[in-house]
Design a protein around this ligand. Structure first.
Ligand SMILES: [Fe+2]
Length: 302
């Protein structure tokens, strides 16, 4: 990992190859990504009424704030337009919708000053998404809804792109998580007891990279990147959108980021929807990934 590419014009397959090598890509806002932002902002405004959403945390008791997020976030995730706007964004940024699958978008919030950093507004400790049963070919797409600054962004920890970290991903199974933990996020206000894969050693978080780009711009990175939520002390809540994609040919050929330390079981493969018609991934491929880490071992890049 050594390069951040801005508005790169290379082919989408070359972009994937570079993402699997750990590079980061940022694109200026597209009509689709801005439509996604506008939808998110409309729902946020509905939720907070006359309050400024970025500072509403200072006006509301935390239980009420968490309850509002618990209503807002699923509305955004399942809104009929959100999938259309993702399809548009993917098309505009060169993806072939027949070959590209995506999952529903999430809305993330990072409140300031430790107001709420559990459950519905979980502040992510350093992790790779591939510790959470994501395939090695997963790409993450990240879009700020309001202006961000370094103090309320996310951070990459490049040293660990190729360096393994002792971690508890071996205890994580996505299917189990779905059964037990996923649906009660809003109940975790003061502490979060849900078992998540974590580093089991001290990490050196610096040097780190934080990408600060305008509202609606799109940051793309590999699910194998070590990344975390920056502890927010800026006095404003960060709102962002993210979703994930996979390319079906890469999934079949086991291409993707190298697996340096993930030992989780289960798979998120059943969550992805084909860009062209929202159909799911064929069962045989889901089963291949469901069988565990050896199935996710990546073939050497040609
Ligand atoms: Fe993540």
């Amino acid at each position: 990992m050594n390069t951040l590419l801005l508005d790169a014009t290379l082919s989408e397959s070359d972009r994937r190859r570079q993402l699997y090598d750990g590079q980061l890509f940022v694109y200026s806002a597209t009509p689709g990504s801005m439509a996604l932002v506008t939808l998110a902002r409309d729902l946020i405004t509905e939720t907070f009424g006359s309050l400024d959403p970025e500072t509403a945390q200072y006006q509301l008791p935390v239980e009420q704030y968490a309850a509002r997020l618990a209503e807002l976030k699923p509305k955004f995730i399942h809104h009929p337009l959100s999938k259309q706007f993702i399809q548009a964004t993917l098309r505009e940024l060169g993806c072939e919708l027949e070959r590209t699958y995506f999952d529903v978008p999430r809305m993330r919030t990072a409140t300031s000053d430790d107001y709420l950093s559990t459950g519905i507004a979980y502040a992510f400790h350093p992790h790779r998404d591939t510790w959470y049963s994501a395939p090695q070919c997963q790409l993450n797409w990240w879009i700020p809804i309001y202006e961000i600054e370094s103090g309320r962004s996310m951070a990459f920890h490049p040293r660990y792109w190729s360096e393994p970290v002792r971690n508890s991903s071996r205890t994580y199974n996505y299917g189990e998580w779905n059964k037990t933990s996923r649906f009660n996020a809003a109940a975790h206000i003061k502490s979060d007891t849900r078992v998540q894969p974590r580093p089991e050693q001290e990490l050196e978080l610096d040097p780190q990279i934080r990408v600060i780009a305008p509202v609606g711009s799109v940051l793309i990175f590999s699910g194998g990147q070590m990344h975390s939520t920056v502890p927010n002390r800026t006095g404003r809540t960060r709102f962002s959108i993210d979703f994930r994609t996979i390319n079906i040919d890469d999934a079949r050929e086991l291409r993707g980021a190298p697996n340096v330390d993930s030992a989780c079981t289960g798979t998120t493969m059943n969550d992805y929807l084909r860009g062209s018609d929202l159909s799911h991934i064929a069962g045989d491929l889901v089963d291949l990934y469901d069988r565990g880490p050896q199935a996710r071992t990546v073939a050497p890049q040609l």
